[in-house]
Every structure is written in structure tokens, then in C-alpha cells.
Design a protein around this ligand. Structure first.
Ligand code: C5P
Length: 245
């Protein structure tokens, strides 16, 4: 671990987004990666295709898995889903903060009863939503104001952190308690293809802003040599945050 403004940089702060539907492609990619150098994210597409068996296989292969299913339902249902994620053995699971305090508190209480307790993270406002999209569904104020309000609600509800844009991390760091975790997508190493991301940040800049974990997909998964791409990102991070332990 190395230090970043009083917090520690996790040497496995890169979370590789497995945005595939094909289990063969996932296992081929995972077999070329090293669980000591990254974590993996399984989202709705892959999970809907392949289900818990694939998650169990990745965990059995030594990977920490972020189950990115963004649960949003009545408190009892979300609590049950989070309990199931804990039983599955995932490292991190998430819910929508828009489900409200009682839903998040129920999720927290369900996970707290488990022997294995994943980090419980909230999604605030999807970055695909513009201010006008928010007004259309009845949310006033800017996207950033809503993100900050919902992150604080997640914190008060006992959650461990939020998924957010690297550009929101600095403001959220001022508003939320020390140790509240920030998970940021929208990361591109210098010189990498931007793809469809609009507002991007390099891994080092995201960590300097206060991000704890970096969700990175195509710069690794679409590389000719995914392991080399991951190692280059980790080398960039280690150069900026020397490990002193
Ligand atoms: O390939 P890329 O690095 O753009 O993948 C980013 C991952 O982060 C994808 O799994 C995407 O769904 C997710 N994500 C995102 N932007 C958000 C929230 C999640 O790109 N605001």
C-alpha cells in the first residue's frame, strides 16, 4: 500500500470491467490476468447471460469480484439480493441511492449479518443523465448537486462508498467522511482511445483526486495484450505513488 492524502492506495485498485456476454471470452481474458494485480467487475449483461456460476468460477480462480447489478427495489427485496451477493462471496456489490434511506439501511443490515461482508456501494446519478433528464423525472438542481446529496444519504445510511465520476471525487471528498470509498469509471491512460467516454481522467489523476478504485474496461479488455496493458497502468500508478511499506 502507498499513501495518498492520508489514505492508502490499494495495489489492486484497478477493477477490470468484464463487459462481455460470452463466458469463453471472459475466462480467456481472466486466465491471462493476475488476481494479485487487479480485481474484476461483472455487470448486468454478463450476469444475465451467465449468472452466479461464472462469478463463483472467477472467485474460485482467486479474483475479487465487484457485482455491478445496481439493485433498486423495495427494501426487503434489495436486502435479500445483497444477502445473496454476500453468500456468493463477492468483494463489492452496489445499489441505487435513489432507492432511498430505508432501502439502503435494509441492505446494510442484511450484509451485516453475513460472515462474508462485501463492500456495499451506492450509485448516485447515472452519468448518462443530463440536467434536463433529471428535471424531466422531477429532480431539481444540477447533476452534481444531486450526486452530492445522494452520496451523503448513502453515507448516513451506512454504506461504504459511491460510484462516481473522477471529476466529482474532489467535491465528494470534502463532503463525505474519511474512509468513504470512491469508485470511478471514465478512466483512460494517457494516449488510450477514448471510445464512447466523454469526460475522462488518467488513472494517476483520478487517484490524486481521491478515487480509491478505478473501473477500467476497454483500455485493458480490448488491448492486444490485456496483461501488458494492466501492467502498464499499474506501473504508472506505482510511479506516482511509490509503495513505501
Ligand atoms: O470500457 P470502459 O473503460 O469505458 O468501461 C467502463 C465501465 O464502467 C463499463 O462497465 C461501464 O458500464 C462502467 N461505467 C461507466 N460510466 C459510469 C458508470 C459505469 O463507464 N458512469
Amino acid at each position: 500500500m502507498s499513501e495518498k492524502r492520508g489514505r492508502m492506495i490499494d495495489p489492486r485498485c484497478v477493477v477490470v470491467a468484464l463487459d462481455f456476454s460470452d463466458a469463453g471470452a471472459v475466462m480467456e481474458l481472466a486466465s491471462g490476468l493476475d488476481p494479485d494485480n487487479c480485481r474484476l467487475k461483472v455487470g448486468k449483461e454478463l450476469y444475465t447471460h451467465r449468472g452466479p456460476a461464472l462469478v463463483e468460477k472467477l472467485i474460485a480462480d482467486g479474483f475479487d469480484v465487484f457485482l455491478d447489478l445496481k439493485f433498486h427495489d423495495i427494501p426487503n427485496t434489495v436486502a435479500g439480493a445483497c444477502a445473496a451477493a454476500a453468500d456468493l462471496g463477492v468483494w463489492m456489490v452496489n445499489v441505487h441511492a435513489l432507492g432511498g434511506r430505508r432501502m439502503m439501511e435494509a441492505a446494510r443490515a442484511a450484509v451485516a449479518q453475513k460472515a462474508h461482508q462485501p463492500l456495499l456501494i451506492a450509485v448516485t446519478i447515472l452519468t448518462s443523465m443530463s440536467d434536463s433528464d433529471l428535471h424531466e423525472i422531477g429532480l431539481s438542481g444540477s447533476a452534481e448537486e444531486n450526486v452530492i446529496r445522494l452520496a451523503k444519504l448513502a453515507e448516513q445510511s451506512g454504506l461504504d462508498g459511491v460510484v462516481c465520476s473522477p471529476l466529482e471525487v474532489t467535491a465528494l471528498g470534502r463532503e463525505c467522511r474519511e474512509g468513504f470509498q470512491f469508485i470511478t469509471p471514465g478512466i483512460r491512460p494517457a494516449g488510450a482511445q477514448v471510445n464512447d467516454q466523454k469526460r475522462i481522467t488518467t488513472p494517476t489523476d483520478a487517484l490524486k483526486s481521491g478515487a480509491d478504485y478505478l473501473v477500467i474496461g476497454r483500455p485493458i479488455t480490448a488491448a492486444d495484450d490485456p496483461l501488458a496493458a494492466l501492467q502498464a497502468i499499474n506501473a504508472e500508478i506505482r510511479a506516482a505513488f511509490p509503495i513505501t511499506a
